[in-house]
Design a protein around this ligand. Structure first.
Ligand code: SAM
Length: 165
C-alpha cells in the first residue's frame, strides 16, 4: 500500500530533532575495532570481527522487529572523508576513475553501505559482523537486507478483468 503522510494504526511518531544541512540526522554510532584507515578493511566480510551499532533514543524504538532478520543493510556517514574529488586513483598509480565508478569513501556525500550479519541485540545495541568503518562512524539508517523481501508484482494488463487488480 502506498504511504502518503498518514499515521497507521499502532504506529508511533516522535519529535524528531531539527534537521541540519540536507536534513540527515545521525541516529546512532558504530563501534568497531578500527581507529585508523590503515587498518580498516576496504569492504566488510561476514566473518569479520564483531562490531556494535548503538542506536540513539528515540530511534531505538524503531528497532522493534529487526531481530527477525539475519542480515541488515547499514548506511553510515564516512565523516572523516574529504568530499571534493571527482576523479580518483585508487591504486595511486596515476590511473584515475570517476568518483561514481568506484566505492571510495571520498564522495560529495560520503555515504557508506554494508551488508552486516546480525548476531544479536542487547536493547538499543545491535551486534553485527561485516562492517568496514572507523570506530565512532555516525549511523544514518538500517534496513533489512533486500533479498529477504519478496518484490510486490506491479499490476499487469488484464488484472482488472481477472479481479487481481
Ligand atoms: N562499504 C562501504 C561502501 O562500499 O559504501 C565503504 C567502503 S570504503 C572503501 C571503506 C573505507 O573507508 C575504509 O577502508 C576506510 O579507509 C574508510 N573509512 C571508514 N570509516 C571512515 C570514516 N568514518 N570516515 C572516513 N573514511 C572512513
Amino acid at each position: 500500500m502506498v504511504r502518503l503522510d498518514e499515521i497507521r494504526p499502532n504506529e508511533v511518531a516522535v519529535d524528531a530533532p531539527a534537521p541540519r544541512d540536507a536534513g540527515l540526522v545521525y541516529i546512532g554510532v558504530i563501534r568497531t575495532p578500527w581507529t585508523s584507515r590503515l587498518e580498516c578493511p576496504r569492504q566488510g566480510r561476514d566473518d569479520g570481527p564483531p562490531c556494535r551499532i548503538e542506536v540513539f533514543p528515540p530511534w531505538d524504538q524503531a528497532l522493534d522487529g529487526i531481530d527477525a532478520f539475519s542480515k541488515l543493510e547499514v548506511l553510515y556517514w564516512l565523516d572523516r572523508s574529504r568530499r571534493d574529488l571527482v576523479r580518483q586513483s585508487p591504486a595511486s598509480d596515476g590511473r584515475t576513475k570517476g568518483t561514481f565508478a568506484i566505492r571510495s569513501p571520498v564522495r560529495p556525500n560520503p555515504i557508506g553501505t554494508s551488508i552486516a550479519v546480525l548476531d544479536g541485540r542487547e536493547g538499543n545495541v545491535l551486534l553485527v559482523r561485516g562492517l568496514d568503518c572507523l570506530d565512532g562512524t555516525p549511523l544514518l539508517d538500517l534496513k533489512p537486507e533486500r533479498s529477504q523481501f519478496k518484490p510486490i508484482a506491479p499490476p499487469q494488463k488484464g488484472d482488472f478483468e481477472t479481479g487481481r487488480g
